[in-house]
Write a protein that binds this ligand. Structure first.
Ligand code: G16
Length: 542
């Protein structure tokens, strides 16, 4: 029976770069999750009788919120819910399921690369019928609703069995518990040359994937070990755990260091990859070569035709503003569209739907294409394996030849985590205040060509997103970008993105931090990072 439960608004339910992310104890407050879910439903129209996809990355609190969401979907009039077995759906798999079954939308429970556990992070985000994150128009409406909500609808019904595949009823709602992996694995087989990758692996090319005890484990085991023939154990930390086994499921050089060190050791594997909590991010490491996410996008785009799913070429590339311009050079050479969007995968959706872009990427270890409407960690790994198999060259040779052809964009991101919010805001405000005075200013040999606060005009729907990050562009193509993270849950995270273009192959072998040292110093000089935050060095360098 439908129940209307009285509630009071919470003031802090503003969705960030990718949904609402908070610590579990925040989410566990009375009606907190319910308020947000009801606010999502209240911001949507015309879903009566339609299908909603629900799944998450398996982190602590996943099952509880799934049960709540199912009861609320029933009470709010959805016709059907598709839920991943055990409550598991990686973010790209959820995106695919929404698209494949023509669902109205989906609720994905994840805080992505943030740690999980009783005192760690949880998150809820809503994806629309194209499979992608809700655009700002919808997330703004959801936030507005959370501020005034006074009741939510649910059903008096028991928890369902999430672990057995099959169909059952919750009130009038049909709930189908689906295999979390099958649809996604089948999609990958249509995009990549599994035969060639199987032969590569069969020839002794050793691949390891670290799933960081997060959601990609079952997907990677099915695809890499069962379908591509990698030996059992090639997928490490393959079982999703509610606290990710204490791992910080963020695939970068800090949190996936063990994998990196292993691939770099002489007797280690030829190829290593890691994914994040919900499976949309990826890190690719070849023997002797860590591939930056920006370079990964560029190499994938340049070699796209080698994968069967992209054999006819790509229509365009899109990258987030802070992502390096390496892909721009590929687009220029191929004579295809290039788009620069704000940070956040949701900005790619319109471009993909309109057929303007085919491949997208972000510096934050995200790469993907029009096969779904999310970034996709395993997709990127398979793309790389496909390229290696087709070119019969290792990752290092492929990247070095790419630099020789296009030039190298030295690139690094410096993160200052858990800075007090007021201090970070003051730094950004001061920076914005001095933008007009910067063009023409010289810092040693570096001369500022332009400085602005990035704004994006969506070419498809005409929407404008302002204040998306401060860019300081130097003559010769170097730049420094400052923005505050939209995904953190403690204080503010200041991100400083540093980039230098180097055309000369003789200068492609320099250590990245060394190659960027003058720009890093100038970033501090211009923004007063130490003065504002008291920090003398970043928390994480990638
Ligand atoms: C989310 C978005 C990404 C974005 C990233 C950046 O990633 O989905 O599109 O690049 O946040 O986050 P920040 O605002 O912290 O720089 P994820 O993997 O957390 O969903």
């Amino acid at each position: 029976m439908t129940k209307i439960v009285a509630t009071k608004p919470y003031a802090d339910q503003k969705p960030g770069t990718s949904g609402l992310r908070k610590k579990v104890p925040v989410f566990a407050q009375e009606n907190y999750a319910e308020n947000f879910i009801q606010s999502i439903f209240d911001s949507l129209e015309g879903f009566a009788g339609k299908t909603l996809v629900i799944g998450g990355d398996g982190r602590y609190y996943n099952r509880e919120v799934i049960q709540k969401a199912i009861r609320m979907a029933a009470a709010n009039g959805f016709g059907k819910v598709l839920v991943g077995q055990g409550g598991i759906l990686s973010t790209p798999a959820a995106s695919h399921v929404i698209r494949k079954y023509g669902a109205y939308g989906g609720i994905i429970l994840s805080a992505s690369h943030n740690p999980g556990g009783p005192d760690e992070d949880f998150g809820i985000k809503y994806n629309i019928g194209n499979g992608g994150p809700a655009p700002e128009k919808i997330t703004d409406a959801i936030f507005a609703r959370t501020k005034v909500i006074d009741s939510y609808k649910t059903l008096d019904a028991a928890d369902i069995d999430l672990d057995t595949i099959g169909t059952l009823k919750v009130g009038d709602l049909t709930v189908e518990v689906i295999d979390s992996v099958a649809d996604y694995a089948a999609l990958m087989e249509t995009l990549f040359d599994f035969g060639a990758i199987r032969a590569l692996i069969g020839s002794g090319f050793k691949v390891v994937i670290d799933s960081m005890s997060a959601v990609t484990g079952p997907y990677a085991v099915e695809i890499l070990e069962k379908r591509l023939g990698a030996p059992a154990g090639s997928v490490r930390n393959a079982v999703p755990l509610p606290d990710f086994g204490g791992h910080h499921p963020d695939p970068n050089l800090v949190h996936a260091k063990e994998l990196y060190d292993d691939v770099m050791s002489p007797q280690g594997p030829d190829f290593g990859a890691a994914s994040d909590g919900d499976g949309d991010r990826n890190m690719v490491v070849g023997k002797g070569m860590f591939v930056t996410p920006s370079d990964s996008l560029a190499v994938i785009a340049a070699n796209a035709k080698l994968a069967p799913g992209y054999k006819d070429g790509i229509a365009g590339i899109a990258r987030s503003m802070p992502t390096s311009a390496a892909a721009d050079r590929v687009a220029e050479k191929l004579g295809i569209n290039m788009f620069e969007t704000p940070t956040g995968w949701k900005f790619f959706g319109n471009l993909l739907d309109a057929g303007l872009a085919t491949v997208c990427g972000e510096e934050s270890f995200g790469t993907g294409s029009n096969h779904v409407r999310e970034k996709d960690g395993l997709w990127a790994v398979l793309f790389w394996l496909n390229i290696v198999a087709a070119r019969k060259e290792g990752v290092k040779a492929i990247v070095e030849k790419h630099w020789a052809d296009y030039g190298r964009n030295y690139y690094s991101r410096h993160d200052y985590e858990a800075v007090e919010t007021e201090k970070a805001d003051a730094l950004m405000a001061e920076l914005r205040g001095k933008l007009a005075t910067l063009p023409g200013a010289a810092f040693g040999a570096l001369k500022v060509a332009a400085a602005d606060d990035f704004a994006y005009n969506d070419p498809v729907d005409g929407s404008v997103s302002a204040k998306q990050g401060v860019r300081i562009l130097f003559e010769g193509g170097s730049r420094v970008v400052f923005r505050l993270s939209g995904t953190g849950t403690s204080g503010a995270t200041l991100r400083v993105y540093v980039e230098r273009y180097e055309a000369d192959p003789a200068r492609h072998g320099i250590d990245t931090q060394e190659a960027l040292a003058d720009l890093i110093a100038v970033a501090d000089e211009i923004a007063g990072i130490t003065a504002h935050t008291g920090r003398t060095e970043p928390t994480v360098i990638t």
